[in-house]
Write a protein that binds this ligand. Structure first.
Ligand code: MN
Length: 478
């Protein structure tokens, strides 16, 4: 990895000479500060920040993020300070570098406490500037890619932390490309035998399905070209971890309905629905595997039409029909703004995060409620980083809640007043108790009465989310 290679990749999307000059000087500074350091592989240390910056360049990151990627380990590993970076570059670069820098050991009495404080710092950095978490994800990705040089204990420890913290964070911001690579790398170290056997199966599937997929691809392409619908088609196989998860749920390889996918990328939404019709006329769809994520986007803003069809050779193929912009968001999530909205990306990313992404409000809430780092990390793991359920409101909106959440949590997530005046609820048109544990895809209607006595103290034990508990406590204090 050379700086020239990085530069070449940046020039593809940003040729501003001042930006390039600044990136060059960030590189020179990083190189001189890491001069005498080597990685465990024996290579000069600068290789690592270079790779991190090039992962960011692949996402078309802005100049400040690239500079911060190059400088991300300098505060930790050399004598340079945050203030000096601000002076030589700007406040943004220095805040980003400071954001990814671990809190010093000197502030803590034990390694465990330091680890918890750093985990908290990573997770909450999203509320200041989402670009911090993106640099951290790129950093983690390169560290996972080069994990073979570490001890077996370190490998497992890092892989576990990656699965527990970084994979869910990548999912929340919709960065599927990094997410699936992190998953595969983690599985490789956590369950090496399993990884190898699935990797072989995946390869065999790719070879066996090649003819049938290319037949399908060519046929669809011909149909679309005949109808003058501009298109781009891509084939993808499910990632190794994704296959592993399905197999451990009891599925056989041939029954994984999205093992193989054909992506159909189009110019506009209207064509997406038109092409859906064309696909269904050629290939039989499985009725309950059709998903309209264009009208009902996922809570991480993923949009696409999905329909699994019987392809040639009776193979199941999931077709993913979407626009170019949706495809960008599918790969890079929130960071797709870098490419789509150029100069305004940074503000739009933070604005979207606060307004559209449901996990954000919960995270802010947990952060204000739990002063103790251990409690904070435990609550985030329980409420945000593990299983989730997706619940429909009566209007068809989708609400994201932690698995185990009850009707009470749902009511408060909709609105505090709804929670405070709730007297009953129906789930899928049936009356239920307010401590009913919600299941994926439940349709919930909350019955309110302005004359209700308000939430009882015993609701505290029946609620799972920090937000509901806080509001119940507040009401009962009044
Ligand atoms: Mn690093």
């Amino acid at each position: 990895m050379k700086f020239e290679t990085l530069l070449k990749n940046i020039i593809k999307y940003n040729s501003d000479l001042n930006d390039l000059k600044m990136i060059k000087s960030a590189y020179s500074l990083a190189e001189s500060l890491h001069k005498d350091q080597t990685r465990q592989s024996g290579e000069p240390y600068i290789i690592h920040p270079l790779f991190v910056a090039s992962i960011l360049a692949e996402m078309r990151a802005d100049k400040d993020t690239i500079c911060a990627g190059l400088l991300h380990d300098t505060i930790e590993d050399s004598n340079i300070t945050k203030e000096e970076i601000a002076e030589q570059f700007n406040e943004d670069v220095s805040n980003l570098v400071d954001g990814v820098t671990k809190i010093s050991k000197l502030n803590f009495s034990s390694k465990d406490e330091q680890r918890l404080a750093n985990t908290r710092k990573i997770i909450t950095s999203i509320t200041d500037d989402v670009r911090i978490i993106i640099i951290k994800l790129a950093d983690r990705l390169h560290n996972m890619q080069t994990l073979s040089f570490k001890s077996e204990f370190k490998q497992k420890e890092n892989a576990l932390e990656t699965m527990e913290i970084f994979v869910p964070l990548a999912y929340y911001i919709g960065a599927y490309q990094i997410k699936s690579e992190l998953e595969d790398l983690s599985l490789r170290y956590l369950k090496p035998d399993m990884y190898k056997s699935i990797e072989e199966k995946q390869m065999k599937v790719q070879i066996d399905s090649e003819n049938s997929l290319s037949e399908m691809l060519q046929k669809i392409q011909r149909l679309l070209n005949d109808k003058n619908i501009p298109n781009e088609l891509k084939v993808r196989t499910k990632n190794i971890y994704g296959i592993y998860k399905r197999i451990s749920e009891g599925f056989k390889l041939a029954d994984i309905h999205d093992l193989l996918a054909l992506k159909i990328i189009l110019e506009d939404v209207e064509n997406c629905y038109k092409v859906l019709g064309i696909v269904h006329q050629q290939y039989h769809p499985i009725n309950d595997k059709f998903k309209d994520y264009i009208c009902n986007p996922k809570t991480n803003m993923y949009k696409s039409l999905h329909t699994t069809v019987f392809a040639p050779d009776d193979r199941l193929v999931q077709t993913q029909i979407r626009t170019d912009e949706m495809d960008q968001i599918a790969a890079y999530g929130l960071t797709a703004h870098w490419d789509i909205n150029k100069g305004q990306a940074r503000n739009l990313m933070q604005k979207d995060l606060t307004e559209k992404y449901q996990f954000f409000k919960s995270l802010v809430e947990i952060n204000t409620m739990f002063g103790d780092n251990q409690e904070f990390v435990a609550q985030v793991k329980k409420e945000l980083l593990t299983g989730k359920v997706y619940i429909y409101t009566t209007r068809g909106d989708i609400i994201e809640l932690p698995a185990g959440a009850t009707v009470i949590d749902f009511a408060y997530k909709i609105h505090t007043d709804i929670g405070n005046t709730m007297v009953g609820a129906t789930v899928n048109e049936e009356h239920v108790a307010i401590d009913y544990i919600l299941r994926n895809k439940d349709r919930v209607r909350i019955i309110t009465d302005d004359l209700s006595f308000g939430p009882r103290v015993d609701w505290l034990d029946k609620a799972q989310t920090s937000y509901a508990k806080k509001k119940i406590k507040e009401f009962n204090r009044r």
